[in-house]
Design a protein around this ligand. Structure first.
Ligand code: ATP
Ligand code: MG
Ligand code: MG
Length: 348
């Protein structure tokens, strides 16, 4: 079969490569690390810096289509892909890799984020806190994940204690939400959009801990508006593949948090819990194939992340036949590192 190129070598790339293999595709992983966990399950891999245009061009020569499993790929060097299609496209990547541009884009599509202000230094931070108030969260505009690059600000004087990094930041109001949820959709080459059921997500210390489907009824009522926004965002970006938008469910309706131009941790439950997984549908979309049914394959699904080096009793987890265990093959366990996940289906 043809070869799919995947930029990035983490667990999302690994799970994409496994879904691609099922459909007869080979995957070529492009990542800076020689021993990525995605390369382990793929036919080929290139270890090179993101801005190595020569390596990127040789990689592209091997690929029928290129996708990405994380959004922190610099857009400029992707010109070296030449005529090989990048899906989702570079514009989607560019918008979603910067918290300021993604918020502006979502506002233009009718969405509502937390009140925010871009911050370049201490004086601007003080002004932003003055305008928006506290509590709030200061975030790096780019490259944050799992709550990294964020500072909670409970009162204006907290700002003085922060050693501000020399990079673009954004200050946003802290949202008093009653739940968090995500909208995960897949948009085909022909513009066909399928939504997965929205999971209710619980974060602990900025890291996703659990996703549950179905979401509670108070969240479910906010899903249609959130879906409508996500569909407008996808159409406006001429998006192909899986797109995720994270929301806070509030008394004033869904508040947009952030988007990810890719498969998402809060969609891992779809591997066993949906008729077609987010990974398979992403592969189908970027390869120009019809999308699969996104409906539930169980009455309820619960996904929890295995985080850090907490030694768990895998046989005991698997002794419950409703559980599915996914381990990502990461050699070193660090506190806060996502090592795997467990999905539990409720069938009846
Ligand atoms: P991800 O791993 O999802 O990409 P991230 O590092 O991009 O995470 P965010 O999604 O911005 O981080 O924030 C992580 C979590 O912190 C949120 O899911 C939410 O629980 C909390 N949080 C972030 N921003 C706010 C906010 N403005 N108001 C309330 N809670 C927030
Ligand atoms: Mg994020
Ligand atoms: Mg997030």
């Amino acid at each position: 079969g043809e070869t799919i190129g995947i930029l990035g070598g983490g667990q999302l790339g690994r799970m994409l490569a496994m879904a691609a293999a099922q459909l007869g595709y080979r995957c070529h992983i492009y990542a800076p690390e020689p021993d990525s966990i995605a390369a382990e399950v793929s036919a080929a891999f290139t270890c090179a810096a993101w801005d190595d245009a020569g390596a990127m061009a040789r990689f592209a020569a091997d690929c029928a289509v290129v996708t990405y499993e994380f959004e922190n790929v610099a857009v400029g060097p992707l010109a070296a892909l030449g005529d090989v299609p990048l899906r989702p496209n570079a514009r989607a990547l560019e918008v979603a890799q910067d918290r300021l541009s993604e918020k502006r884009f979502v506002i233009a599509q009718g969405g509502t984020p937390a009140r925010f202000a871009p911050v370049g230094g201490a004086a601007e931070l003080a002004a932003a806190i003055g305008a928006i108030g506290t509590p709030g969260v200061l975030k790096t505009r780019r490259e944050g994940y799992d709550g990294k690059g964020q500072w909670r600000i409970a009162a204006p004087e907290d700002a003085r204690a922060i050693a501000l990094p020399a990079r673009p930041l954004i200050y946003e109001a802290f949202i008093d939400f009653f739940a968090e949820f995500s909208v995960i959709l897949c948009r085909g080459e022909d513009g066909d959009i399928r939504f997965f059921d929205s999971a209710e997500n619980v974060h602990v210390g900025g890291i996703l801990a659990r996703s549950s489907v179905p979401a509670s009824p108070v969240v479910e009522v906010q899903v249609p508006a959130a879906r409508a926004l996500a569909a407008r965002v996808a159409a406006a970006l001429d998006y192909v593949g899986v797109l995720t938008l994270e929301f806070f469910a509030t008394a004033d309706g869904p508040v947009f948090n952030e988007m990810a131009p890719r498969v998402h941790n809060s969609g891992h439950w779809t591997i066993e819990g949906a008729v077609t997984s987010q990974f398979e549908n992403h592969v189908r979309a970027i390869c120009g194939l019809p999308l699969g049914d996104t409906g539930l394959a169980a009455r309820a699904v619960e996904m929890r992340n295995v985080i850090g080096d907490a030694a768990e009793d895998w046989p005991a987890i698997l002794a419950d036949p409703a559980n599915h265990l996914h381990l990502y093959g990461k050699a070193a366990a660090h506190p806060g590192r996502k090592m795997g996940h467990v999905t539990r289906l409720t069938l009846a």
